[in-house]
Design a protein around this ligand. Structure first.
Ligand code: NAD
Length: 474
C-alpha cells in the first residue's frame, strides 16, 4: 500500500505524520495519507505565488491550450481516476466514471470560456477612456468536501487557473487521492509546477492553516454550514472574499398534473445518487394529496428493489463515506418527526454488508415540517415527505428551511412552473427535471444557510477575479 503525499510545486511532499485512508466498503485501510499542516501550506502558497506571476502574464489562448491538454489527460486516465474515487468515497464505479468525465468537462469548459472573457469599456466622453480589467487574486485556496472530490476540485481549480490564479487545494481528509492525481496531470499537461498544489491532511490542521494564510487572496469552500462559518470568519479577519457552498435540504414539489413516472424516477435518483451524500440531494418530497399514494408507492417499489454493495460491484447504492457518517444518518431514525416509516430506516441486512458503512434507502412520510428530519441535512439516502393541497402551501413548505440550494417543480402546467421558479427560495430551480446532469455550465450556489457566491458556469470567472477600472485622460 502506498502513501498519498501532498503535491507542491510539482513534487510529492511527505509530512512527518500520516493517517489511514479507510475503505468505507470494508473498514480496511487503503493506504496512508500525509498529514500536512502549516509548513506544507506555507510551502504551497509560497511556490504558488512565485509561479503565478508568470502564469498571469500568459495569453488566455495559452492557458486555454494547457487546460485543454489537461482535460485530455483526465480522459486518458479516466478509468484509473474513477477506481480511486470509487474506493475512497464508496460510490458505485459508474457514478465515479461520470465524475471523471465531468472533471474533464470543467477543464474544457473553462478552457473555452477564458478565450471570450472580456472587460468593459465605459463611455465617459471624448476626453476620457475608461475600461475594466478582470484580474486574478494571486494564490487562491479551496477547501473541499468528500462527496464529489474530482468534480469539486476541477470546478474550482479550472476557473481559478484559467483566470490566471495559482491554486492550493485541501481535499477532504477521507478522499485525497484523486486531487493529487489531477494536480499531477496538470503538470504533465504543461501547466507550470506551483500553479496547482494539493496539501493533504485534516481540516483542523491543513484546512485551518490554508484559510489563515496571509498569502491566500480568495477562499472557496465546499462543506458543512458549521465549518463554512469558521472559514468566513477566518476570511473576514484578513478581509479576503469567499465563496461558500454549504448544505441543503432541497425539495421536489410534485403536483397532481405531473408525469408521476418521470417524477418518481427523479425523486429516487435525486436521493440515491452518491448514497444521498450530495449537497443538492432531493431530500424532501412535497406531494399533492391527490397523487401521494401513487407516487409514494412508486418510490417505495424502487427503494425495495435497490441493489446495494461496494462501489467496485457498481450496483445502485454504495456505502456512505465512513462509519461516522453511517452513525450520523442512523441517529436521524431515533426521531421521525411524527412521520411514518414506509421503507428502510436501518442498515441493510446481509453478511457481506456488515463491515461497510451502508444504509438502506429510506422514505418517511407525513413528517412535521418543523421537525428535525424535515429541517436538517441528513446526507444519506433518506427522504422526508409531506403532503399539500394548495399551491401556496407547497411553496411555503418548500421555503420553510434555513437552506436554499435546489428545488424542483413537477407539473404539466408551464405557467405554474415559471410562477414557482420565481417564488421558490433556492439557487437553482428545475421544472420537470432534477439536476440537469450536474450542469457544468449552470451557475450554482445557495441562498440562506446554503452559502453565497457562485461557482460553475461563467459566474465562476467573476468569482475568481477582481475588477480593475482604468481611466485614461486623452
Ligand atoms: P466539513 O465541513 O466537515 O468538511 C469539508 C472540508 O472542510 C474538508 O476538507 C475538511 O477537512 C475541511 N475542514 C473541516 N474543518 C475545518 C476547519 N476548521 N478549517 C478549515 N477546513 C476545515 O463537511 P463534510 O462533513 O466533510 O461534508 C459534508 C457537507 O458538505 C454537507 O453538509 C454537504 O451539504 C456539504 N456539501 C456542500 C456542497 C455544495 O456545493 N453546496 C457540495 C458538497 C458537500
Amino acid at each position: 500500500m502506498t502513501t498519498t503525499h501532498s503535491f507542491i510545486a510539482g513534487q510529492d511532499v511527505a509530512s512527518a505524520d500520516t493517517y489511514d485512508n479507510i475503505d468505507p466498503a470494508t473498514g480496511q485501510s487503503l493506504g496512508a495519507v500525509s498529514r500536512g499542516g502549516a509548513a506544507e501550506v506555507d510551502q504551497a502558497v509560497t511556490s504558488g505565488a512565485a509561479a503565478q506571476r508568470e502564469w498571469a502574464r500568459t495569453t488566455p489562448e495559452h492557458r486555454s491550450d494547457r487546460l485543454t491538454a489537461w482535460a485530455a489527460l483526465v480522459d486518458r486516465d479516466a478509468e484509473e481516476l474513477a477506481r480511486l474515487e470509487s474506493e475512497d468515497t464508496g460510490k458505485p464505479l459508474s457514478q465515479a466514471r461520470t465524475d471523471s468525465t465531468v472533471a474533464a468537462r470543467y477543464l474544457r469548459f473553462y478552457a473555452h470560456a477564458i478565450d471570450s472573457y472580456y472587460g468593459l469599456t465605459i463611455p465617459k466622453g471624448p476626453d476620457l477612456h475608461a475600461y475594466t480589467l478582470r484580474e486574478p487574486f494571486g494564490v487562491v485556496g479551496s477547501v473541499i468536501a468528500w462527496n464529489y472530490p474530482m468534480q469539486l476540485f476541477s470546478r474550482s481549480v479550472a476557473a481559478a487557473v484559467a483566470t490566471g490564479n495559482a491554486s492550493v487545494v485541501k481535499p477532504a481528509d477521507e478522499t485525497p487521492r484523486t486531487a493529487v492525481a489531477l494536480a499531477r496531470l496538470a503538470v504533465e499537461a504543461g501547466i507550470p509546477a506551483g500553479i496547482v498544489n494539493v496539501v493533504t491532511g485534516t481540516g483542523a490542521e491543513a484546512g485551518a492553516a490554508l484559510t489563515a494564510h496571509p498569502g491566500v487572496g480568495h477562499l472557496s469552500f465546499v462543506g458543512s454550514t458549521e465549518v463554512g462559518s469558521l472559514i468566513a470568519h477566518a476570511a473576514a479577519e484578513r478581509v479576503v472574499p469567499t465563496v461558500l457552498e454549504l448544505g441543503g435540504k432541497s425539495a421536489q414539489l410534485v403536483f397532481a398534473d405531473a408525469d408521476l413516472t418521470a417524477a418518481s424516477e427523479a425523486v429516487v435518483r435525486g436521493v440515491l445518487q452518491n448514497a444521498g451524500q450530495t449537497c443538492s440531494a432531493g431530500s424532501r418530497l412535497i406531494v399533492h394529496r391527490d397523487v401521494q399514494d401513487e407516487l409514494l408507492d412508486l418510490v417505495v417499489q424502487r427503494f425495495r428493489t435497490t441493489t446495494i454493495g461496494p462501489g467496485s460491484e457498481d450496483l445502485d447504492l454504495g456505502p456512505l463515506v465512513s462509519a461516522k457518517q453511517q452513525q450520523r444518518v442512523e441517529g436521524f431514525m431515533d426521531d421521525l418527526a411524527g412521520g411514518e416509516l414506509l421503507v428502510g430506516g436501518s442498515r441493510p441486512e446481509g453478511e457481506h454488508l456488515s463491515a461497510g458503512a451502508y444504509f438502506s434507502p429510506t422514505l418517511v412520510h407525513g413528517v412535521d415540517p418543523q421537525g428535525r428530519l424535515a429541517q436538517e441535512e441528513v446526507f444519506g439516502p433518506v427522504i422526508a415527505s409531506m403532503t399539500f393541497d394548495e399551491e401556496d402551501e407547497a411553496v411555503a413548505l418548500a421555503n420553510s428551511t434555513a437552506y436554499g440550494l435546489l428545488a424542483a417543480v413537477w407539473t404539466d402546467n408551464l405557467s405554474r412552473g415559471h410562477r414557482l421558479a420565481s417564488a421558490l427560495r433556492a439557487g437553482q430551480v428545475f421544472v420537470n427535471n432534477y439536476g440537469a446532469g450536474g450542469g457544468v455550465e449552470l451557475p450554482f450556489g445557495g441562498w440562506g444557510k446554503s452559502g453565497y457566491g457562485r461557482e460553475k458556469g461563467y459566474e465562476a470567472l467573476d468569482a475568481f477575479t477582481q475588477t480593475k477600472t482604468v481611466v485614461v485622460k486623452l
